[in-house]
Design a protein around this ligand. Structure first.
Ligand code: AMP
Length: 411
């Protein structure tokens, strides 16, 4: 299958070539024809499947064919600023070769609203926004949604989750009834289905039975105190060019990145308390290769895409199985292979072994436990414990070790 046979206009065909896309991904192959024809689409698509282009291309192609209006003609809603930024960037890149280049506006919270209001002064053709900030802009009369012909909900399952659902409904209430709706979601959970039923008109439903991404999962048992030296060894041995290390808090993110940096690694840090500029800079540095190890909290887990990320390390386990899936999904993207390493610490406060077992259960996959030579844990949760069997501890006391050594020495 080629992009040309899917009905893309010549300027967009050139644009996808410039992006380095040689052939459409499965979701693009399925979504492009109905979306170009103006149908509503409900697509099951994860970040990494090429979903952004699956809605961006038809959106742009239909936009250039419709007469200009004062307000945006297309509205793309995304749950996070990172995702909104990446989507706006792809839209701008793809639109760069169009004869009448549409104006793509971007808005998200956590930064001053004034520059965003200023940017909307001359109007825009496409608005990419997080829902809360879009409502703020509407309250400030920064724009009107009366001319929207196409609505995209990116990561609709998240937009429907806690904290967004009300805002989403308020935005939808301001849209004209006649419009195209493109809804992309990582799941077809009941909430998504019921929104889809309310929102979409005879949608084309796309569910791709794609081969799972090529991610090798590893689970390494070790003691908490060994995590940093073990990570350093992995980084040194594995030759990963770009790697994301996930931790649970801003404090640990700073600490681990500082320690790696002090040991000569090109380490950077990404967490929610950094300024927008600092976040952008570190992501750019990762892309450019001046940062090779990015230590991040879950802020970075969603939406973020960095080409050719070789590995994800769960230095600390995520809270939920869903977060685990999102974290490891940062690697092995768009056909590339990747590795996801999780540190399982038997001496952690929260029982890491049973927590990881839950994660395995949720994703229906067992990851063999390993130990790294030189970093064997002193406190090991045995396989019997791991499978919920009899409790046994293999931790040896100092005395036991001395006794064993004496026996060995004594022959
Ligand atoms: P997305 O799911 O939109 O976040 O895209 C994931 C990654 O796949 C991005 O890095 C895209 O640049 C890349 N990508 C999207 N479509 C294609 C394609 N047709 N061929 C190769 N890479 C693609």
């Amino acid at each position: 299958m080629s992009f040309a046979t899917l009905g893309l206009a010549p300027a967009l065909l050139r644009a996808v070539r410039e992006q380095g896309y040689h052939a459409p991904t499965a979701v693009q192959t399925a979504a492009l024809p109905p979306a170009l024809a103006g149908s509503d689409v409900l697509a099951l698509a994860q970040t990494g499947s090429g979903k952004t282009a699956a809605f961006a291309l038809p959106l742009l192609q239909r936009l250039v064919a419709s007469p200009p209006r004062p307000g945006p003609r297309a509205l793309v809603l995304a749950p996070t600023r990172e995702l909104a930024m990446q989507t706006a960037q792809l839209l701008r890149d793809l639109a760069a070769l169009l004869m009448q280049r549409p104006k793509i506006a971007l808005a998200f919270g956590g930064v001053s609203i004034n520059p965003q209001l200023m940017a909307l002064r001359g109007g825009c053709d496409v608005m990419v926004a997080t829902p809360g900030r879009l409502l703020d802009l509407l309250d400030h009369n920064g724009l009107t949604l009366a001319g929207v012909q196409c609505l995209v909900l990116d990561e609709a399952d998240r937009l429907l989750g806690l904290g967004f659902a009300d805002e989403l409904q308020r935005v939808i209430a301001q849209l004209p009834a006649r419009r195209q709706n493109l809804l992309f979601s990582a799941t077809f959970a009941p909430a998504v289905e019921s929104l889809a039923a309310e929102l979409l008109h005879e949608p084309v439903r796309i569910e791709i039975d794609e081969a799972p991404p090529q991610i090798t999962q590893r689970a390494i048992q070790l003691d908490r105190a060994q995590r940093l030296p073990a990570l350093r060894q992995l980084l040194a041995e594995q030759g990963w060019d770009r790697c994301l290390v996930f931790v649970a808090s801003r404090y640990t993110a700073e600490l681990v990145s500082d320690k790696l940096f002090a040991h000569g690694f090109k380490a950077g840090v990404l967490h929610g308390e950094l300024s927008q500029g600092a976040r952008r800079d570190v992501l750019e540095a990762l892309k450019a290769g001046s940062v090779k190890v990015l230590v991040a909290t879950d802020v970075a887990a969603r939406g973020l895409h960095v080409e050719a990320l070789d590995a994800v390390v769960n230095y600390e386990l995520p809270r939920s199985a869903a977060d685990y899936t999102h974290r490891i999904g940062r690697t092995g993207r768009a056909g590339a292979t990747g590795v996801a390493v999780s540190f399982i610490c038997a001496d952690s406060a929260e029982n890491a072994e049973s927590h990881f077992r839950l994660i395995e259960k949720r994703q229906g996959q067992r990851v063999p436990r390993e130990r790294l030579a030189g970093f064997e844990p002193q406190a090991i949760a045995t396989e019997a414990e791991a499978t919920g069997g009899i409790k046994s501890t293999t931790r040896k006391s100092k005395k036991d070790k001395l006794r064993e050594a004496a026996t060995r020495a004594g022959g």
